[in-house]
Ligand binder design. Structure first.
Ligand SMILES: CC(C)(COP(=O)(O)OP(=O)(O)OC[C@H]1O[C@@H](n2cnc3c(N)ncnc32)[C@H](O)[C@@H]1OP(=O)(O)O)[C@@H](O)C(=O)NCCC(=O)NCCS
Length: 154
């Protein structure tokens, strides 16, 4: 399997990144906000949001956004990052790239001295809950129909 990498989103690639949302199924579009909304959220949370495109060679295949802090995370888990968004374009799903991205995010967390990585997902179906559990995230609580998950980084 080829290696993926993360790249900044700029005036050159932002349209391609926005268009990746159109590849998701109707069900998957319920699981993750459109990339255009996430980029708007990043724009108004410049210090907190860390958005990146996922590339395979020269091709953008997905999008992630970390929150470098989140007030909902309990103090005992600090310092912590919150994975606000993760999506892989439909044609590139189930090829291991989602797990590879989590490896890259984990590496960043360890490099930045982060103790806990949080994420959350809709529970309307098995996906993407099972993806996170298989990777090693643990359940915390359910908030507003969303399962909150976390993983300790040693
Ligand atoms: C969830 C998502 C990021 C997973 O990425 P991916 O590249 O397809 O996942 P991987 O190929 O790395 O799968 C890794 C493991 O997760 C599990 N998994 C992935 N997709 C799954 C699914 N649809 N149902 C159940 N388990 C799944 C599998 O166990 C897989 O392990 P395997 O290699 O033994 O099959 C991707 O499907 C996606 O973008 N979905 C739409 C958007 C979304 O829901 N984002 C998450 C918002 S919280």
């Amino acid at each position: 399997m080829s290696k993926i990498y993360l790249k900044r989103i700029t005036s050159k690639n932002f349209i391609e990144i926005i268009d990746l949302s159109k590849t998701l199924t109707e069900y998957q579009q319920l699981c993750v906000a459109p990339n255009v909304a996430s980029l708007a959220q990043a724009y108004v949370n410049k210090k907190r949001a860390w958005p990146r495109a996922i590339y395979l060679g020269k091709k953008p295949i997905g999008f992630i956004m970390l929150a470098l802090w989140d007030d909902d995370i309990p103090k005992e888990d600090h310092p912590a990052y919150y994975l606000w968004r993760l999506m892989i374009a439909k044609d590139f799903q189930s090829k291991g790239y989602g797990s590879q991205v989590l490896d890259l995010i984990k590496d960043k967390c360890v490099k930045d001295g982060i103790k806990t990585l949080y994420t959350s997902c809709e529970m309307k179906g098995e996906q993407p809950y099972q993806f996170y559990i298989n990777y090693g995230f643990k359940d915390t609580l359910i908030n507003d129909g969303e399962q909150i998950l976390k993983m300790y980084l040693s």
